[in-house]
Design a protein around this ligand. Structure first.
Ligand SMILES: NC(=O)c1ccc[n+]([C@@H]2O[C@H](COP(=O)([O-])OP(=O)(O)OC[C@H]3O[C@@H](n4cnc5c(N)ncnc54)[C@H](O)[C@@H]3O)[C@@H](O)[C@H]2O)c1
Length: 447
């Protein structure tokens, strides 16, 4: 229980290292999401636009009782890196700088990009670790060569070490393409087995795992915006704990799945049954092209499918959800570019089993939704790294809020409900700051 100080800071704050100096953000894959994230941060820094969608920049957190009227901004409550202290670099398989890549992605309009051009042009990708076996639709040209996977990890570590010399702290975030579907094998079960796999070029070790392994080996937190198997297996969890380098789940929860994890908890709370949920999408950016490959689509499909089963708990509610038919489609449709259109048809049933239907048609902008999530993950992972109580936990379950596939301790089922996730996130912030948790019990108002 913390005692309140001015500005919402509490006694617990003293244990967290301050966010002084530069925060270096290394982005793997400088495509649509990454360039929208980087250009957006610069636009906000210059006062050209607002960081809409970002909890770290615009969110507030209630402290104490509803009658206390104490609701500081999240960024005034926890010590987060200031945007002016964020420095970007990254890797890509193409040589385009961030301006060129953003222009190619066509998410942000030319007028804004032109204003940011002198800055964006300075961010040029380092050569990537890439193998077409894992992303069939891309042919990379700006790629590292190494004698085996261990050698490639060492080259990535050298990149991180060089960047570390120019900043005070580093976070790595994967915003690169979705890799083919890979299941965890023996090689993923321990650090020892994984290291052997690096020497033997084990096929189950994809490039994303090499980046993650390099980051965690350097004690650097790692976020995974794509659905690949990258950090969620025992070897990475072990390394993350050993080197106090926080990790958290996979796949930014942006459009359709975000809506799913809002609607499904509502049906369940009201005990409405669901017999079918058909979700389809059209998408025309490079991500859509990569997902047009069945092997990359399988990775995405698995990630998108998980949420409903966990939310509905059909084993507890067989009459309502046992026979749910859940189908997901993503169709590559170039004319729409980054402007995704998603349709959901939900067949529900109510009192005495009478059927009803709900249609959701979400015309979204994929990267506009993903960019603030990338920002929040980076800033919160940096906070976790500076927080003694969090940094050696490995998995930061409180960041599930941002991810389609939350990561949890072994044997623990993940929470997908967006509002449970939001409460978990804010209570974690209250907890590390020594503030009282909010349970929403509220009986004290009626004493
Ligand atoms: N936008 C969203 O709403 C959203 C939501 C969830 C997940 N994602 C995921 O985020 C990722 C990025 O999406 P995007 O729209 O920016 O895609 P994109 O195709 O525009 O960008 C991906 C970039 O990664 C690069 N790349 C591929 N493999 C690489 C490697 N091994 N090393 C370095 N760079 C590599 C590509 O050259 C490309 O520039 C995708 O995996 C996508 O599935 C996006």
């Amino acid at each position: 229980m913390g005692t309140e100080k001015q500005g919402g800071q509490t006694a617990g704050a003293s244990k967290i290292a301050p966010a002084t100096g530069k925060l270096g953000v290394m982005v793997v894959g400088l495509g649509a999401v990454a360039t929208t994230f980087i250009a957006g941060v610069e636009a906000v820094r210059r006062g050209l636009a607002k960081p809409i969608g970002s909890m770290t920049q615009m969110g507030t957190i209630r402290l104490g009782k509803r009658t206390d009227n104490n609701t500081p901004r999240v960024k005034d409550f926890v010590p987060l890196a200031d945007l002016k202290d964020v420095v970007f670099t990254g890797w890509d398989i193409f040589e385009d700088n961030v301006y060129e890549s953003a222009a190619h992605a066509k998410v942000l309009d030319e007028k804004l990009l032109d204003q940011l051009k002198p800055y964006l042009e300075t961010i040029k990708p380092l050569p990537a670790v890439f193998d077409q076996y894992y992303v069939k639709r891309l042919h990379g040209t700006h790629v590292k060569k190494g004698k085996n996977k261990r050698d490639l990890v060492n080259q990535l570590r050298a990149d991180i070490q060089a960047f570390k010399k120019t900043v005070d702290r580093v976070v790595v975030i994967w915003c690169a393409s979705t890799e083919i579907y890979i299941k965890a094998t023996d090689v993923h079960q321990s650090i020892e087995a994984f290291e052997k796999g690096l020497d033997n070029d084990d096929i189950a070790i994809a490039p994303s795992q090499l980046y993650a392994y390099a980051a965690l080996s350097e004690g650097v937190p790692f976020a995974n915006g794509a659905p690949n198997l990258t950090v969620d297996f025992p070897a990475m969890v072990e390394l993350s704990k050993r080197n106090a380098a926080p990790i958290c789940g996979r796949d930014f929860k942006t459009g359709q799945t975000m809506m799913k994890t809002v609607l499904a908890p509502a049906f369940k709370a009201r005990l409405l049954g669901v017999s079918g949920w058909f979700s389809t999408n059209i998408l025309g950016n490079r991500d859509g092209e990569v997902l047009d490959d069945p092997e990359s689509f399988k990775t995405k499909e698995e990630s998108k499918l998980g949420s409903l089963d966990y939310i509905f708990q059909p084993e507890l509610y067989p009459d309502l959800y046992k026979d749910l038919y859940h189908k997901i489609r993503i169709n590559y449709y170039p004319p729409r570019g980054d402007d995704k259109e998603a349709w959901d048809n939900i067949d529900i049933f109510g009192w005495l089993g009478y059927p009803m239907q709900i249609k959701v048609n979400f015309l979204c902008r994929d990267s506009i939704l993903a960019a603030p999530i990338a920002l929040d993950l980076v800033l919160f992972l940096d906070l976790a790294k500076r927080t003694p109580e969090l940094r050696s936990l490995g998995v930061q379950e409180w960041l599930s809020f941002y991810l389609k596939s939350p990561q949890t301790a072994e044997g623990l089922y993940p929470e997908h409900d967006l509002f449970i996730q939001s409460m978990k996130l804010k209570n974690t912030l209250r907890h590390i700051m020594g503030a009282e948790l909010i349970t929403h019990l509220g009986l004290e108002y009626y004493d």
